[in-house]
Design a protein around this ligand. Structure first.
Ligand code: GLA
Length: 379
């Protein structure tokens, strides 16, 4: 009889085999899993899923650092996807207005696609008429980032890095950029940016999610109520290039100091709204000191979802004016005019050509660092 009973040693061995078979690969835990998403330039691209303990889930790919989906509970606790995007990598490769991407080296426009630094003029790749937009024809949104899977997946985070070669898209200096996405248990999507360079260069990293708090593909964002913590904004010319002025928002449709539905004044007869085809401007944040300060709040009544944006630099609010229904997104939903809004935390557009704006120059030996937190809640 006794031979039929398993020995202690054989039980331990069996348990070890079972554990090895069931435990995920070392880069995976229930808080961060990985699935193949395709290949670009012969490099493997993955879709990482981060899950927190409060019902949020983010799916992020190392192609362009794109946030592909972001599930956030509504006021009834039902999760919904609040960012525009595609189901497949091939759709991102075909055409995307920067859905969910990391934007670099320089977010927004640099006028006439050139700037002068330390007496030398640099000519950039013009990809927006005569100007350069979001880093050029192949910015950081269109490259494969390296995902660091050696960092323990004990918290739901994803570390990405990209080495941009000297002269890429016309920018000087080999630039190493690092972006860490963290999904905290208090329902924040936190983005930490860092960069170093081997030659003086300019830098303006941002993130380009199009939010729709009622759910991606569920209609326009005009009833979303927005608060922007800014007394001033940077006006633009008809080519969407900042003029260098910092203008008061007082008495204009740019005044979002009191929460206001985006659609209330978007059609007002106003030169800035005409130039931007709606809202497509940078606001000068009212800072309360060094570190993170509150930049924006958005609230959508039917879902009860809200976002707070906390950040270190300025913020571009873009009301999705170039969306026209040609981008057919997740679940076959076409994204029509103004169905997503972007809150791109960044330095002021065209700073390299605007000496009065805060500097965006990065020099060898310096370390660029900035942080943005998108904090979700319901009411
Ligand atoms: C930014 C710009 C807009 C537009 C979008 C992408 O928000 O400010 O003008 O280019 O990106 O379509």
């Amino acid at each position: 009889m006794t031979q039929c009973l398993p020995t202690f040693a054989s039980l331990v061995a069996a348990a070890a085999i079972l554990f090895a078979a069931c435990s995920p690969a070392s880069h995976e835990t229930p808080r961060r899993t990985r699935a193949p998403f395709g290949t670009v330039d012969g490099k493997e691209v993955f879709l990482y899923t981060l899950r927190n303990r409060s019902g949020m889930e983010a799916r992020i790919t190392n192609y362009g650092g794109i946030v592909v989906s972001l599930l956030v509970p509504d006021k009834a606790g039902t999760p919904g996807d609040v960012v525009l995007g595609y189901d497949s990598l091939s759709s991102y490769l075909k055409a995307t207005p920067y859905f969910g991407a990391i934007v670099g080296r320089y977010g927004n426009r640099i006028g006439k696609a050139r700037f002068t630094l330390d007496g030398k003029e640099y000519v950039l790749n013009a990809n927006d008429g005569p100007n350069t937009l979001h880093g050029g024809a192949r910015g950081f949104d269109k490259v494969v980032w390296e995902a660091d899977e050696t960092t323990p997946a004990t918290e739901p985070s994803l570390s990405l890095s990209y080495l941009s070669r000297d002269g890429e898209e016309g920018y000087p200096g080999a630039l190493r950029a690092a972006v860490v996405y963290t999904l905290t248990d208090s329902n924040e999507l936190r983005i930490d940016y860092a960069a170093t360079t081997d030659r003086p260069t300019v830098l303006n990293l941002t993130h380009h999610s199009y939010f729709n708090l009622a759910g991606a593909g569920s209609g326009d964002i005009l009833s979303h109520e927005l608060m922007l913590n800014a007394d001033r904004f940077t006006p633009i010319d008809s080519g969407l290039i900042t003029t260098g002025e910092l203008r008061s928002v007082e008495g204009t449709p740019m005044d979002f100091r009191v929460p206001t539905a985006i659609g209330v004044r978007i059609g007002a007869s106003d030169e800035q709204l005409r130039f931007g085809r709606g809202y497509d401007h940078n606001w000068v944040l009212n800072r309360t000191g060094a570190g993170l300060s509150l930049a924006a709040r958005v609230f959508e009544r039917t879902s009860g979802r809200a976002i707070e944006v906390w950040t270190t630099p300025g913020i571009q609010f873009y009301s999705g004016n170039f969306l026209d229904g040609t981008n057919v997104g997740k679940g076959g939903k076409a994204y029509a005019y103004r169905t997503g809004l972007c809150l791109e935390t960044q330095h002021f557009p065209d700073s390299p050509n605007k000496p009065s704006f805060p500097s965006t120059v990065l020099r060898p030996g310096e370390k660029f660092a900035s942080t943005t937190v998108y904090k979700f809640s319901t009411r």
